[in-house]
Design a binder for this molecule. Structure first.
Ligand SMILES: C[S@@+](CC[C@H](N)C(=O)[O-])C[C@H]1O[C@@H](n2cnc3c(N)ncnc32)[C@H](O)[C@@H]1O
Length: 222
């Protein structure tokens, strides 16, 4: 395969950033599959969203770092303050991704495209009418580089997460969703504000400054 010099340079810069990234090192030390775990951790520590006993749906879960963090939070007495990756589990985590995910003990997983009705139905059936405490969505589409179609794809996934939350969250439940600054961002904030009593944008330190990604947290359904 022919790789042009520019993309080689970009790859090298990314590899350097990645190797020197403190969150990458921390994730390796603490056994997380991705540095993304620290984004959810920071949001949780700022807002106190995750508590043992909850039912949480993790959308766009692969490779599984957010599910691992949730799983550890649901076993707070085990393995010191960090929680346990196996054994005691007080709570329920349902994870979903279009890609396969290596199993995490106690985490239920649906492999499928969240945009498809049949996959939404599978999740609905698994919930069996039980109301959800928290929906977390780190879903991000493959980007084409064409700004208009990329922002439409991003918005579509966030809208689906909002729709799912309206149908399944408890009245005082919450949604955490990854969004991107740029075109479409303010419309998504408006949609959050129409749906939730309180809306907080949050850019965790673990989210790279260079990245346009940020997170919207909606608290309590209107
Ligand atoms: C940034 S990764 C998530 C990382 C994850 N939170 C973690 O901590 O390991 C984004 C994920 O969204 C998933 N995704 C993108 N579009 C999706 C869709 N339509 N349905 C389900 N998952 C999707 C991707 O396959 C990818 O695994």
């Amino acid at each position: 395969m022919k790789i042009n010099t520019k993309s080689k340079k970009v790859n090298k810069a990314w590899m350097n950033d990645h190797a020197n990234d403190p969150y990458v090192k921390l994730a390796q030390r603490e056994g997380y599959r991705a540095r993304a775990a620290y984004k959810l951790k920071e949001i949780d520590e700022a807002l106190g969203l995750i508590r043992p006993g909850q039912l949480v749906v993790d959308l766009g879960s692969t490779p599984g770092a957010w599910s691992q963090y949730l799983r550890r939070r649901f076993a707070p007495r085990a393995a010191g303050a960090g929680g346990a990756a196996a054994g005691e589990l007080d709570g329920r985590i349902i994870a979903l991704d279009i890609l396969p995910m290596l199993a995490i003990e106690g985490v239920e997983f649906i492999e499928g495209d969240f945009r498809e009705d049949a996959v939404g139905q599978q999740l609905h059936d698994l919930l069996d009418g039980r109301p959800v405490d928290l929906v977390v969505s780190d879903m991000a589409p493959n980007l084409s580089g064409i700004a208009a179609s990329d922002s439409a794809r991003i918005a579509h996934l966030v809208e689906l997460a909002i729709e799912f939350s309206v149908n399944h969250l408890k009245a005082d439940g919450a949604l955490v969703a990854k969004v991107f600054h740029g075109s479409g961002y303010s419309q998504l904030v408006e949609q959050f504000k129409r749906t939730f009593r309180v809306v907080k944008p949050i850019k965790p330190k673990a989210s790279r400054d260079k990245s346009a990604e940020t997170f919207l947290v909606g608290l309590g359904l209107k």
